[in-house]
Design a protein around this ligand. Structure first.
Ligand SMILES: Cc1ncc(C[n+]2csc(CCOP(=O)(O)OP(=O)(O)O)c2C)c(N)n1
Length: 317
């Protein structure tokens, strides 16, 4: 557990865990895939927050990005396609002492998992959610996803897709009881780190939409974004994502936005001309369903049996 790496950013006297404590097998993603950058940032965040690996869980669905739990030396659950949210909700509901992270791809979340996604936002159970959006089904080798832009050529739409895409930030902001929505990109590690840190600190369902590079199937898509600063706009506010000066200065466009203003957050999410990075919305007072699940956690065995019998007696005729 000791033998800390030189890039340590915490007080080493109190540090129990170092980066290696969160690292497992080498990731099998393609070279240049944005997933590598998120993995590195998350391991760094776990180290900086000194999360106990035995009390940290990464839950995913199915997809390239959903292989994430295999690469974390924590607990993990590589589950069913689109079903990371109910699994993670169950874990946090009965084990509030655990730090829960969800990894989901755009196909996993916005297609087969869409129903689970919407209700997970509404239940607002405390977890950090990362939606890896590469606008394609990577693992199954290039099918059009619900987030693929119009005109996308793939194995399922060889003549170009025609239906306008779902925008995950816009959709999440439309769900009742939404409590935290932010957007970042995998190719700006300091911005991504600060965003993930704020999401982890938020008590509730923190939704982070990550624009993610897929050099294999969507190479052209990210090339423009990563080489030009014109499409990206940094959201500024004292209650937003805190950035170091150098990272903030690396942006060309800025927009002041109060993250308590949900109507403006929705307007920004709908803007077709700019991609806003930072905190769209935060409500620290949204109802959290996991707080109800924790109510009877201290019950003794006898109290549990008594409660069970009371419930079963309701069916007695
Ligand atoms: C029930 C079910 N339907 C379909 C599949 C096939 N499948 C596996 S991964 C995947 C899409 C993954 O895409 P995405 O979530 O965007 O993740 P990426 O691979 O791009 O990271 C599909 C359709 C499956 N495994 N299970």
């Amino acid at each position: 557990m000791y033998g800390l790496k030189s890039d340590i950013t915490i007080d080493t006297h109190d540090a129990l865990y170092c980066l290696e404590d969160y690292e497992k097998q080498a990731a099998k993603w393609c070279p240049g895939c944005g997933d590598h950058a998120v993995l590195t940032n998350i391991q760094k965040l776990c180290r900086d927050e000194q999360l106990d690996p035995a009390k940290t869980v990464f839950v995913s669905g199915i997809g390239c990005s959903s292989r994430f739990p295999h690469y974390m030396n924590t607990f993990g659950f590589h589950g069913l396609h689109g079903r990371a949210f109910p699994v993670a909700s169950g874990i946090k509901y009965r084990r509030p002492d655990l730090s829960v992270f969800v990894i989901t791809g755009d196909g996993d979340c916005c297609s087969i998992g869409a129903g689970a996604w919407i209700h997970a936002v509404r239940y607002n159970i405390d977890m950090t959610v990362m939606l890896f959006n590469n606008e394609t089904y990577g693992l199954t080798k290039n099918q059009t996803s619900p987030t693929s832009r119009v005109g996308t050529h793939s194995n399922t739409t060889p003549h170009g897709s025609v239906i306008p895409p779902i925008h995950p930030v816009q959709t999440t902001l439309g769900v009742s009881n939404v409590s935290f929505v932010a957007q970042t990109v995998d190719w700006n590690p300091p911005h991504m780190y600060a965003t993930l840190k704020a999401a982890h600190e938020h008590k509730g369902f923190s939704f982070v939409h990550i624009l993610q590079r897929c050099p294999k199937f969507q190479a052209n898509l990210v090339e423009k974004l990563t080489t030009s600063k014109d499409d990206l706009c940094l959201l500024n506010h004292e209650n937003g994502i805190t950035l170091d000066e150098a990272t903030a200065k690396s942006f060309k466009h800025f927009e002041d936005h109060d993250p308590t203003d949900i109507n403006r957050a929705r307007m920004l999410a709908e803007d077709k001309d700019k991609i806003y990075l930072g905190l769209f919305y935060q409500n620290k007072n949204a109802v959290r369903y996991d707080q109800y699940g924790a109510a009877n956690l201290g019950f003794t065995v006898d109290e549990k049996i008594e409660a069970l019998n009371r419930e079963l007696d309701k069916f007695a005729v």
